[in-house]
Write a protein that binds this ligand. Structure first.
Ligand code: GLN
Length: 466
């Protein structure tokens, strides 16, 4: 039996009917891990002990699991053992899921390729010379290769959706506040959300309803009730309305991607959608605003790694030298760049010009999105400008930042979005996003499911039995 091709619900059903045991499920995925992991480096820590229902999860290594190392892909936390578990993992564990390991990521989730990891890059299982995307590249690659049934990532500016597009899997980021951030190591707190990576839409919704919901340990956690998974797919959307961006925005994507995207739009229309093209001029500034806000918050959040409280401590003759040595050797170049620019945009004299403006922009963007969603239920938009790029190909940081053009506005506005695989371009996967208004995850999942059924995408990596 190929458990990769089933939904979580189907696997649980088979267990209930005593047709398979948790051990059989666990062993199936373990064999996949043995086959793939040496080639693609998806994990920083692997776990060999089965628990509960044996359905294995990958957890990004910036989400804590009590008693295990949480490195954040950084030398700074190479020896850091988490004293408590993240709420998201606690809920998964109580629901019976097993942990397969902690997945690789760009250092502190800063990056779009997983190349910023202290533990070396993860490789894209579709083409080992290419990046799986980032920063949740380890999670996306592990799901795509069928090593785990699902994985958690974090999405601050696209880190769940972009690698999902590059790896041909489903990447979902909820409304800000839906999933507790307790136990998620902070990068940019007002943007960070835990997201879910799976091989199908139903599993995404299943995991979502297992982990979402209010948590008193996260003060930004929302009290809006979470839909029960079983209710999500009972109704199918009949007729619906959607918006999609005009050419000015779409030109940011490569011609091949634009061509495929127009077919995606056609499919939405065929399925009962009434689509209208909208101008989205504010998207031109989203990337700049994102890197100001994210770096400002990062510079503050990362001040805690001082050699005293967590992880690495370098030997030195006095306290000041210890701070300097620890932070110099503990952080990689991208993290340092962000701490420096983040400190700069918050400094006296520059604050109003940079941080202040970015914050007002964010408000303007939210009203703009509100306006879009007043006349359309969904926004359909590409996830990435192209398919997976080669490892080592992007040297210029700005070029790497441009990878996020289609994803960061979603985080700045706090919206939910899902990237679903559409097809292949020259043998490499590409995904497209469905964005919806705040808290309409149900509607978004239903449409994603409806479209998924019509899209003939097959992840060829998981077809084979082992
Ligand atoms: N690539 C973006 C960045 O480098 C997004 C990262 C993320 O979502 N964690 O900041």
């Amino acid at each position: 039996m190929n458990f990769s091709l089933m939904t979580i619900e189907e696997v649980l059903q088979l267990q209930e009917e005593k047709k398979v045991t948790p051990q059989q499920v666990w062993d199936f995925f373990l064999r996949k891990r043995e086959e793939w992991e040496p080639r693609i480096n998806s994990f920083i820590t692997v776990i060999n002990r089965m628990e509960g229902n044996g359905i294995p999860a990958g957890i990004k290594d910036n989400i804590t699991v009590k008693g295990l190392r949480t490195t954040c892909g950084s030398r700074m936390l190479d020896n850091y053992i988490a004293p408590y578990s993240a709420t998201a993992w606690e809920r998964l564990s109580s629901a019976g899921f097993s942990l397969s390991g902690k997945t690789n990521l760009d250092e502190f989730a800063m990056g779009s390729s997983t190349e910023n990891s202290y533990y070396g890059p993860t490789k894209n299982p579709w083409d080992l010379e290419r990046s799986p995307g980032g920063s949740s590249g380890g999670s996306a690659a592990a799901v795509a290769a069928g090593m785990v049934k699902f994985a958690l990532g974090s999405d601050t500016g696209g880190s769940v959706r972009q690698p999902s597009s590059f790896c041909g899997v489903v990447g979902f980021k909820p409304t800000y506040g839906r999933i507790s951030r307790f136990g998620l190591v902070a990068f940019a707190s007002s943007l960070d959300q835990i997201g879910i990576i799976t091989n199908n839409v139903k599993d995404s919704a299943f995991v979502f309803s297992t982990i979402a919901g209010h948590d008193p340990r996260d003060s930004t956690s929302s009290r809006v009730p979470v839909p029960d998974y079983r209710e999500i797919f009972t109704e199918v959307p009949g007729k619906f309305t959607f918006a999609f961006p005009d050419d000015e925005v779409l030109e940011r994507a490569e011609p091949e991607v634009r061509k495929e995207f127009s077919l995606f739009i056609n499919l939405a229309k065929k399925l009962g959608g009434r689509g209208k093209q909208v101008k989205m001029p504010l998207l031109n500034y989203a990337m700049e605003a994102y890197y100001i806000v994210a770096n400002a918050e990062a510079s503050s959040n990362l001040a805690r790694y001082d050699g005293v409280r967590y992880g690495l401590r370098e030997k030195a003759k006095d306290l000041l030298e210890m701070y300097i040595k620890t932070r110099t050797s503990g952080f990689g170049p991208e993290v340092k760049r962000r701490i420096l620019t983040g400190g700069f945009v918050l400094s006296r004299g520059y604050y109003e010009g940079y941080y202040g403006k970015a914050v007002s922009f964010r408000r303007a963007l939210a009203s703009f999105m509100e306006e879009i969603f007043s006349s359309a239920e969904f926004l359909l938009i590409p996830t990435t400008p192209h398919t997976a790029f080669k490892l080592g190909e992007k040297h210029d940081p700005i070029e790497m930042y441009l990878e996020d053009f289609f994803t960061v506005f979603v985080n700045l506005a706090g919206l939910p979005a899902i990237s679903i695989p559409w097809g292949l371009i020259n043998g490499l996967p590409i995904g497209f996003q469905i964005v919806s208004r705040w808290y309409n995850e149900i509607g978004m999942f239903r449409l994603a499911y409806l479209m998924e059924k019509e899209i003939s995408f097959k992840n060829k990596l998981i077809q084979k039995e082992v």
